[in-house]
Design a protein around this ligand. Structure first.
Ligand code: EPU
Length: 424
């Protein structure tokens, strides 16, 4: 096992290129199951999670090849198989193959994901959505077994909460269903839009991209597609927040500023200078004392609200301020796992249910410590804290980070951070 070591207090200067979005790559790779032929996906990040979903597709009979960030996936000879607990427990997003498998084979058997570090995370919306299409779903020995005789029948599906992977799974089932499907209160995240573009490229008929109401007119067959994965808005946001914490001037390149409306407002309100260009964002923050940093409240919301996936990182930044602010986490019930670790670095944070009150450490700042990564985004908040802290921070269990950040140490190292991996 490896740990991440950071010697804090170094400002960041230069350019950081952004990789393709993990949470877009996963559903788009799953969508290749819908049609035979060679699909070409560009800008695919090489991450632990993308490797896991490719392994899963390989077990189903797909053949794939990577050339740099371009993936060619051939799903012509897919065989029906069950998706084991071993794969789903490594990565919950494995459930994204349910929709395509049901649509293409009329049946699927996929292990039910258990709870995870950030919350219970049920998939009841996905299952009740499939049932609306006439699919019979049985839960047996930890597996979801879905079966339908003949084609899925288009229907209306309403989400109590706009679920991202729920919307994606239902979309991938609806494109091959007979007749019309209307998805109401659908998730509007850019990753859903990227999937819609891919499905339309495969011959699907979908209206309403970017809105919470999607109308799908089913077709009888789809063809292979060619598509670019959108830039990772959470990776982008993490590096912008890191500039606030470490100070300096960084141009974050190959990103989409339009995908981060809430974060950019919050960074400006906190006192960073943010300039946006067509596909890059420049962040400037004073080096040294944090007396310029203003405390701002954060409430996580579905897109276009403030993303839950950037809550932990912003909290690390706010721990460096001089006054008080409140974080309200409305998406996941247990997404404050980073708090106890940030406290070990000197942060003053109290939690009460879904709220956290952060009192800035002012002139004291944070100090380096040995801390533990608990989930992907909690880990990146420890990196943000470590960059600003005095002394050495050691983050163990960095396999969490490697699930979602491509070459994090290299990218930060190139802009002046002292950060590297070491054996535990
Ligand atoms: N929910 C249900 N039932 C369901 C589905 C969701 O109650 O059947 C609830 C969840 O428990 C949660 C809320 O609905 O309270 C929203 O969850 P959502 O389904 O949108 O989350 P997800 O699709 O499982 C994706 C991302 C997460 C990200 C969330 C929220 C992928 C592969 N994962 O998860 O990403 O936090 O949307 O934006 O797209 C990450 O990258 O670190 C990560 C956790």
């Amino acid at each position: 096992m490896e740990k991440m070591v950071i010697e804090g207090g170094k400002p960041l200067y230069g350019e950081i290129p952004i990789s393709g979005a993990k949470n877009a790559a996963l559903p788009l790779i799953a969508a290749t199951l819908l049609a035979p032929g060679k699909h070409i996906l560009r800008n695919v990040p090489d991450l632990r999670d993308t490797r896991t979903i490719l392994k899963l597709l390989g077990e189903l009979g797909a053949v794939w090849e990577r050339d740099g960030s371009t993936l060619t996936i051939d799903c012509t000879d897919i065989v029906y198989a069950e998706v084991s607990y071993d794969l789903v427990k490594t990565m919950r997003a494995s459930v994204l193959v349910l929709g395509p498998l049901i649509a293409r084979f009329g049946r699927a058997k996929v292990s039910l994901p258990g709870g995870c570090a950030i919350g219970e995370r049920p998939i009841n919306f996905h299952i009740s959505g499939f049932e609306r299409f006439g699919v019979e779903c049985r839960l047996q020995q930890g597996y979801v077994e879905a079966v339908i005789d003949g084609r899925l029948r288009g229907s209306s599906v309403y989400f109590d909460i706009p679920s991202v992977t729920g919307t994606e799974n239902i979309l991938m089932a609806a494109v091959l269903a007979e007749g019309k499907t209307v998805i109401k209160n659908a998730a509007r995240e850019p990753e859903v839009g990227n999937l819609i573009d891919m499905l339309v490229g495969m011959g699907a008929e979908i209206e309403g991209k970017g809105s919470d109401s999607l109308v799908v007119t089913g077709v009888s067959a789809l063809k292979a597609a060619e598509i670019d994965i959108i830039p990772d808005r959470i990776e982008t946001g993490t590096y912008l927040i890191a500039v606030g914490a470490a100070g300096g001037e960084v141009l974050v390149k190959n990103c989409n500023p339009l995908h981060l409306p809430a974060l950019l407002e919050k960074l400006r309100a906190a006192g960073l200078e943010i300039k946006t260009f067509a596909d890059s964002i420049q962040a400037l923050a004073p080096v040294g004392k944090k007396d310029w940093l203003k405390s701002v409240d954060i409430k996580t919301m579905p897109y276009p609200g403030y993303p839950t996936d950037l809550q932990a990182q912003f909290m690390a930044l706010m721990a460096l301020g001089s006054s008080i602010c409140v974080f309200n986490e409305t998406i996941f019930e247990n997404r404050f796992m980073h708090v106890a670790e940030l406290r070990r670095m000197g942060a003053k944070i109290r939690t009460d249910g879904s709220s956290a009150v952060v009192t800035g450490t002012g002139d004291e700042g944070l100090c380096g410590a040995r801390v533990m990564a608990t989930d992907l985004r909690a880990s990146s908040s420890l990196v943000v804290a470590g960059l600003a802290a005095s002394g050495r921070t050691e983050i163990s269990r960095i396999y969490h980070l490697e699930r979602g950040y491509e070459n994090l140490a290299e990218k930060l190292g190139r802009v002046g951070a002292r950060i590297w991996k070491e054996d535990e």
